[in-house]
Structure formats: structure tokens, C-alpha cells
Design a protein around this ligand. Structure first.
Ligand SMILES: Cc1ncc(C[n+]2csc(CCOP(=O)(O)OP(=O)(O)O)c2C)c(N)n1
Ligand SMILES: [Mg+2]
Length: 560
């Protein structure tokens, strides 16, 4: 068989089962675009490569499978970086294909040349600079294998233009790339894990994004129920437990529930599943769960004992580990421990108040969650609106909340929601954004409109970079600086300019009926919701403080 490098890439992607690619073309990747012209793979034109990267994330985060984005060399590749770094920190499988200047021009500062391989080394799970078209036969399946194996992550394939046009002969197609078997741990460790749980008086599950990635949410629910063990979650683990499960104590950490943070400090055994002891969840690490024994299960061996020394480390697929643990669990209700947690005082009251105050953003977000279909997918941006969503959205299912956890990327929401809508055509997708974040990828409204996707944007407009203003108020003597927008934008007019249905909950009546209308609308829509700029997200653990030093409301605020 005789193929060009570009044709090879496209055929190998087809054989891999790829149906959609998001990207923006340019000179160094035009041979590949020309090969795509002849392929059944759909190409979706984003308006910025970062948008394309996050659209691929929207598919990967909701499906668990690697999704593909493309960019040209130089500025196309550099525009992709934020989405790649974001995927790296949140362990999302992405395969990004970038064009590169011809091999003979590499290192000459040629037009639109950047060292994509060098730049992406620290922000990808792996990267390739393709030296010869024939090697694509191994590199393309290998990229998918790496992206999806063990702890998932982004992989870059940088393809010089002359490699795309190079013709090669070969005999056989390789097998599509598939994830490796997860590492296997011996029975002894699982038995020891079961024994430690049985012997503990106050055990607590601490679950993270690894549970979602491993498809282990049902198993966590079953093991917890079987043995009466309460559960706390990281931001990335939200959805693993239903929000109203009696065993679920909510999110822990910086904006977590006081009950979750207090329970963590009282537990005598922490069973950490698919988490990485990130500072936003642990607070000051030295004081985090100081008196508890810790079991840590993770598919990535390098996470075990990385930040916190643990009593028992188990490297393996958390789903397989829980499936082996389940038959060893003895029924228990742990009524004493659960009563102790329920009796924890004060805690959580701030959030309950917020939910009961009709104009409070948390209450509006809870309302959206009760009105939207149960299988709705929610993507947020980064800021106060994100934290209110994490605290208040009534989640029932894994993979239904999409957030930039590790990198905290403003601009994540809209393109990720678009990718999720492509991947889940029957479902409603809601994007909860802020007036700061939304502007960071607003150009993707064009992609949204022309593809007529069922995405409703709730734009929480407080005229501020709210979470920054909040930190300035609490920790910098209220020096509100560079976080208030001097001008206010007519977001509904802007949305309409892109061809999107838009309502203004400020001028068109109370927010709830307007939200109802937008949710009922099938297609791209936006509701601007004015938010009182003075409202802060509480509770809040000051950066660097212990999780027990939560600020519950304004009056009690302290400087770290
Ligand atoms: C790309 C990027 N730049 C800067 C920041 C720092 N940052 C975190 S939250 C935030 C404010 C977000 O404002 P907005 O989207 O309006 O949300 P709000 O907090 O007002 O709800 C900023 C600037 C970031 N997270 N990402
Ligand atoms: Mg804002």
C-alpha cells in the first residue's frame, strides 16, 4: 500500500474510531487538512486553538476516551498549550496533532516555527516529533495507548509538513491503540485494606477524579453503603456520589463544607481513592489528617507517598481494587461515627442559608439543577460561580460536572460545553460562566451557533473578577485593584450578534422564569444573570491555612 504521511494519519484516526476532530488550519498542517477533506471524519472549525483543545476535552471528559484536536505550527501550537496543560493536570486523555515546519527548516527560526516538542514536554504525558512518515504507523496507535492507559493525559504529535507529504509503502495496518492493563496488586494488600477498614472506628472515604476516570462511582457507593462509611469528595470527584446520598458529606478543602473538613480531621482512617493530595483539598499539608492512618489507592504509582506518607499504598485500577474489596466487606452501619458527624456544629449552615436566599447565586444554581433534566451535563468556568456550582448543583451522576480543577483555567467553560454537546447529542448541556471567564473564549459562540448545539449559558455577571476581588477583600485589606470592570458589556446583544437566543434576567424580570425559558429552549441560548458583586463564596480556607481555619462568613474573617 502506498500512502502519504497525511493520508496515513487520517486512516489511522479512522481505524481508531475517531469521528470528530476540532481544530484550526494553517500552512504547516494543510496537507493533513487536504487528506481530511476525503475522510468521513467530521472536522469542526473552532475560532481559536485553545477552544479546539477544550472542545476535545469536553468529549474526553464525558466519554472517558481520547479525543483529538489539531493546530498548525507556531501560533496555532502555542494557542493550544493552555488546553494541554489543563488536560495534564486533570488527567484527561487528548491526542493533539500539530503541524511543524519541514524537517530541513527545523531550528532555523523559520516562519511560524516554534519548538512544539520542547514547549510541550512538561505539560503533556508524552510527545512525539515525527521524523519519518513510516513511523506514524507506530506513533498514532501508541499516542492513543499512552493517552488512555493508567492515569490518562494529553499526548502531542508534532508532524513536519514534509513528513505529511512524504510517500511511504507498507504491507499491513497496525492494530488501533488500546489502553494497557492496569497494574495488578496482590491479594494481601486488598485483605489488609479490608481489615484496616473493619478495625477502624471512624473511617472516611476521600474520593477524587480517579474514581470518575476509572468508572468506579457505583462501586464506591456500594462499598460505602455496605460498611456505613461516609464519603467526602474533591472537586474532581464530584458526581461520584449523588449529592443527596446520606453518606455524602460534600466537597472538602478550600471551599468545601465544614462538615467534610471537620470529619476529615476526626477520622481515624482515611481511604483515599484516586486523589493526589492537592493543596486546594488538603489545606496546610502538615496538619491534614495528622492523626489518621491512610490507605491510598491510585493507578499512578508516583502519586503514592509523593506528598503524604501513607500507611498502606495500593497501586492499581481503583475500580478493580474496589471490586475485589467488596466481597470482603462486612456489613456495618457505624451509627456512632455518623451521629458524631451529624452533630458537628455550625458547619454547613452558611451554605444552607445561601441556598434559601432566592437571589443568592448558590440558590439560583440549585434551582437550575432542579429544573434541568437529570442527565444534564454542566460545564463551568473558573471563579466564584464555579465554587457555588461545586457547592450547590444537585449532581446525581459521574461525568456530569466538567470543571478545570488543577489548572483553574478561565475560558474553559464554553468550549468544553461545546465539545460535551457534540459528544452527547441527546443531552442538555449547561455552561455556568462568569463575566470575566466568558470573555476569554467568547469567540467560540460562533462555533456554538453554527453547529446549533443544545447548550444553555448562564452568565453570572457581577461586574468583577469576583474570586480575585474576594481574596483582595479578605486578605489584602480590601484593596480592590484590577478586579473591577470599569465598563459593563451588553452580553445579550453580543450573544445575539453571534446568532444566539439571549435573555437578560436583569431587565426581563426575575431570574427564575427567564432561566426556565432558556432551559426549555432547544438550541444555543444565553441568560445573563446579574449578581450582587459583594457576595463572597463561603466557607473559605485562607490559602496556606489548615482546613480547620475556615472562614464561615464575613464577620469572622482573619488574615492568614
Ligand atoms: C486564565 C486565567 N487567568 C487568571 C486567572 C485568575 N482568576 C481566578 S478566578 C478569576 C476571576 C474570574 O472572574 P469571573 O469569571 O467573572 O468569575 P467570578 O469569580 O466573578 O464568578 C481570576 C482572574 C485564572 N484562573 N485563569
Ligand atoms: Mg465575575
Amino acid at each position: 500500500m502506498e500512502f502519504t504521511g497525511a493520508q496515513l494519519i487520517v486512516k489511522l484516526l479512522e481505524r481508531q474510531g475517531i469521528e470528530i476532530i476540532w481544530g484550526v488550519p494553517g500552512g504547516a498542517i494543510l496537507p493533513l487538512y487536504d487528506a481530511l477533506y476525503h475522510s468521513p471524519i467530521r472536522h469542526i472549525l473552532a475560532r481559536h486553538e485553545q477552544g479546539a483543545g477544550f472542545m476535545a476535552q469536553g468529549m474526553a471528559r464525558t466519554s472517558g476516551r481520547a479525543a483529538v484536536c489539531m493546530a498548525t505550527s507556531g501560533p496555532g501550537a502555542t494557542n493550544l498549550m493552555t488546553a494541554l496543560a489543563d488536560a495534564k493536570l486533570d488527567s484527561i486523555p487528548i491526542v493533539a496533532i500539530t503541524g511543524q515546519v519541514p524537517r530541513s527548516m527545523i531550528g532555523t527560526d523559520a516562519f511560524q516555527e516554534v519548538d512544539t516538542y520542547g514547549i510541550t514536554l512538561p505539560i503533556t504525558k508524552h510527545n512525539f516529533l515525527v521524523q519519518d512518515a513510516i513511523s506514524l504507523l507506530t506513533i498514532i496507535p501508541e499516542a492513543f495507548r499512552i493517552a488512555e492507559s493508567g492515569r490518562p493525559g494529553p499526548v502531542v504529535i508534532d508532524v513536519p509538513k514534509d513528513v505529511q507529504t512524504q510517500t511511504v509503502c507498507f504491507e499491513r495496518w497496525p492494530e488501533p491503540g488500546a489502553p494497557d492493563q492496569a497494574p495488578w496488586c496482590d491479594d494481601g494488600r486488598i485483605i489488609r485494606m479490608a481489615r484496616m477498614i473493619h478495625q477502624a472506628r471512624k473511617p472516611l472515604f476521600y474520593v477524587g477524579g480517579g474514581i470518575i476516570a476509572a468508572g468506579a462511582a457505583d462501586l464506591v457507593r456500594r462499598v460505602a453503603r455496605e460498611n456505613g462509611v461516609p464519603v467526602v469528595s474533591t472537586l474532581m470527584g464530584l458526581g461520584a456520589m449523588a449529592h443527596d446520598d446520606p453518606l455524602f458529606l460534600g466537597m472538602l478543602g478550600m471551599h468545601g463544607t465544614p462538615r467534610a473538613n471537620q470529619a476529615m480531621s476526626r477520622a481515624d482512617l482515611i481511604i483515599a481513592l484516586g486523589i493526589r493530595f492537592n493543596d486546594r483539598t488538603t489545606g496546610k499539608l502538615e496538619t491534614f489528617c495528622r492523626d489518621a492512618a491512610i490507605i491510598h489507592v491510585d493507578v499512578d504509582e508516583s502519586e503514592i507517598n509523593k506528598l503524604k506518607n501513607v500507611t498502606l499504598g495500593i497501586c492499581g485500577d481503583v475500580s478493580a481494587v474496589l471490586a475485589r474489596l467488596l466481597p470482603l466487606m462486612m456489613p456495618a452501619d457505624r451509627i456512632g461515627w455518623r451521629r458524631e458527624i451529624s452533630a458537628i456544629k455550625a458547619p454547613g449552615t452558611q451554605r444552607a442559608d445561601d441556598l434559601d436566599t432566592p437571589g443568592h447565586p448558590a440558590s439560583l444554581i440549585r434551582y437550575i439543577g432542579t429544573q434541568a433534566p437529570e442527565d444534564t451535563i454542566v460545564a463551568t468556568d473558573v471563579g466564584q460561580h464555579q465554587m457555588w456550582t461545586a457547592q450547590a448543583y444537585p449532581l446525581k451522576h459521574p461525568r456530569s460536572l466538567l470543571m478545570s480543577g488543577g489548572l483553574g483555567t478561565m475560558g474553559f467553560g464554553l468550549p468544553t460545553a461545546i465539545g460535551a454537546a457534540f459528544a452527547n447529542p441527546g443531552k442538555k448541556v449547561v455552561c455556568i460562566s462568569g463575566d470575566g471567564s466568558f470573555l476569554m473564549n467568547i469567540q467560540e459562540l460562533a462555533t456554538l451557533a453554527e453547529n446549533d448545539l443544545n447548550v444553555t449559558i448562564l452568565l453570572m455577571d457581577n461586574g468583577h473578577l469576583g474570586l480575585v476581588r474576594q481574596q483582595q477583600e479578605l486578605f489584602y485589606d480590601n484593596h480592590v485593584f484590577a478586579s473591577k470592570f470599569a465598563s459593563s458589556l451588553d452580553f445579550t446583544a453580543i450573544a445575539r450578534g453571534f446568532g444566539i437566543r439571549a435573555w437578560d434576567a436583569g431587565t426581563e424580570g426575575p431570574a427564575r422564569p427567564v432561566i426556565d425559558q432558556a432551559l426549555a429552549f432547544k438550541g444555543p441560548s444565553l441568560v445573563r444573570v446579574p449578581i450582587d458583586w459583594e457576595i463572597n463564596v463561603y466557607p473559605m480556607v485562607p490559602p496556606g491555612a489548615s482546613n480547620l481555619e475556615m472562614i464561615l462568613e464575613k464577620e469572622t474573617c482573619t488574615t492568614p
